[in-house]
Design a protein around this ligand. Structure first.
Ligand SMILES: C[S@@+](CC[C@H](N)C(=O)[O-])C[C@H]1O[C@@H](n2cnc3c(N)ncnc32)[C@H](O)[C@@H]1O
Length: 247
């Protein structure tokens, strides 16, 4: 297993990230609808996309809602942020989420999608965000469940299960901080050409895969090749946990 840095992982991934997900327009559309619904997003809202990456979801939101304010897109990876169009719809901020949460600023809605697993100081983050939200504000945290059905090699799935934060622990932390929490599960049926998915694994599309060295990735791909020898498309359920938090 490799010693890996989250920062390096995303700096390296930035140039490919949109190629992996940008073509899955139905998937992004589907999740964006759910995000808008869970955030009760309206045109006057000041929205923060915390750990926004390349802003795929901010851009999908802008395409659907005529927001009066720029979306505040925050991420410590300047290379990920560089992929966001340079126009008045977005204000990019190169910053760590915990640091951002403890600066001044009041917001209506905050989105954290598939980023919370990178935060060590979760309680401190949540405490800061609790103070940043306006009275009617909503924080939406989207994360993967404790087990996933992804067609990955076995060791990757085992490591995933050992490192992924459990949403129930997060719910407890949120309530300790003072949030009222609602949990929802959103399922999307993925169908992806095998060659495309294998290429994503080879390129370590998930930060989880950065824990494996080249030899381990190649061994994993061999295992996957044997397991999925007779299929051309990989089909699986991608489940997301939506935690809606109000103050
Ligand atoms: C899996 S990507 C998700 C990106 C985006 N939210 C999406 O769904 O497409 C995780 C993102 O979290 C960012 N990240 C990692 N550590 C962070 C931190 N401490 N504060 C804020 N963002 C962080 C990474 O740079 C990366 O862009």
């Amino acid at each position: 297993m490799l010693q890996y840095s989250i920062q390096d992982h995303y700096q390296n991934l930035a140039k490919q990230y949109n190629d992996f997900w940008g073509t899955s327009t139905d998937f992004i559309e589907f999740l964006t609808e759910k995000i808008i619904e869970h955030l009760h997003l309206k045109s006057t809202d000041v929205l923060v996309d915390l750990g926004c990456g390349t802003g795929l979801y901010s851009q999908a939101i802008v395409a659907k809602i005529n927001l009066e304010h720029s979306i505040i897109c925050v991420d410590p990876s300047d290379k990920m942020l560089e992929k966001i169009p340079d126009n008045s719809h977005y204000q990019t901020v190169v910053k760590d989420a915990v640091e951002f949460a403890h600066e001044s600023g009041q917001y209506d809605k905050i989105l954290i999608k598939e980023m919370i697993h990178h935060i060590e100081e979760k309680e401190r983050l949540l405490q800061g965000l609790f103070n940043r939200l306006n009275k009617e504000g909503i924080l939406l945290i989207i994360l993967l469940p404790p087990t996933i059905e992804y067609p990955l090699f076995q060791q990757a799935l085992s490591v995933y299960e050992s490192v992924q934060p459990h949403y129930n622990d997060l719910v407890n932390l949120c309530e300790k901080v003072g949030f009222k929490t609602t949990v929802d599960f959103i399922d999307y049926a993925v169908s992806i050409p095998k060659a495309q998915y294998f290429n994503m694994v080879k390129n370590r599309y998930m930060s989880l895969l950065s824990r494996f060295n080249d030899e381990e990735i190649n061994k994993g791909l061999t295992e996957m090749t044997e397991k999925y020898a007779n299929v051309s498309n990989l089909e699986f359920c991608d489940r997301f946990v939506f935690l809606s938090l109000v103050v």
